[in-house]
Design a protein around this ligand. Sequence first.
Ligand SMILES: Nc1ncnc2c1ncn2[C@@H]1O[C@H](COP(=O)(O)OP(=O)(O)OP(=O)(O)O)[C@@H](O)[C@H]1O
Ligand SMILES: [Mg+2]
Length: 247
Amino acid sequence: MKVLATYSIKGGVGKTTSAVNLAREAAAAGSRVLVWDLDPQGAATFFFRIKPKVKGGTQRLVGAKGDLVDHVRASDIGGLHVIPADFSLRHLDLHLDGTKRPTERLASLLAGVDGRYDVALLDCPPSISLASESVFGAADFLLVPVIPTTLSSRTLYQLSEFLAGQQSPPALLPYFSMVDGRKRLHRDVMEAVRSEWPDLLTTVVPNASVIERMGPERAPVAAYAPASAAARTFASLWAEVAARLWS
Ligand SMILES: Nc1ncnc2c1ncn2[C@@H]1O[C@H](COP(=O)(O)OP(=O)(O)OP(=O)(O)O)[C@@H](O)[C@H]1O
Ligand SMILES: [Mg+2]
């Protein structure tokens, strides 16, 4: 099982949007997919139309007797299961801190479902915390959406520096998100970041109202606008990610 996380220190950059669409693409390509919503906002849970409920609360989820199998829910999409979030996840750091090896805890929980899934995709809250370090301990790859602005790209460098100091860190897969090609600043920042990050994914997710419609539709783009350019973008993003996962 490959473990991926949509992760960024910065909020509102498209992590959940990517997680939901990429999970759908992976399932459509025949993979058995588990989405683990780690954000108390529960946005991925919402998009997959699942009740926001962590059975027994977050302490039970990550505690010594925790078993992810007890928390898995089926979604409307074939081959795609979800571990939903609820507001109790705001105490995730605290409950991880109460375990023996907090930074290894998410990895050991995921080991319990290895074999049942081909891909686990963790949708993370913004910030960098103990829970993030546990995500870094579990993930093979971090998918990092970057809005081409100064502050968003700056957090990519902060993350990269932080990971450089870690033992066996996950590989970074950054890509541009919510891009407005009409903006000079976006074009300039993209050029600057690309020159320093030659292996940046080439798929660019545009800022598009069809993507924002995921809110009212409560579904990945391909479910309600399968012929849209945005749906093709997520398919191409998944193809690129999958090529890195299984290269
Ligand atoms: N490519 C896009 N085009 C237009 N709107 C987008 C796009 N991607 C995301 N959005 C919108 O931007 C907002 C933030 O997106 P999203 O929730 O995916 O970001 P996030 O990084 O998961 O946020 P958070 O840090 O709060 O978890 C949402 O309202 C979403 O619908
Ligand atoms: Mg999110």
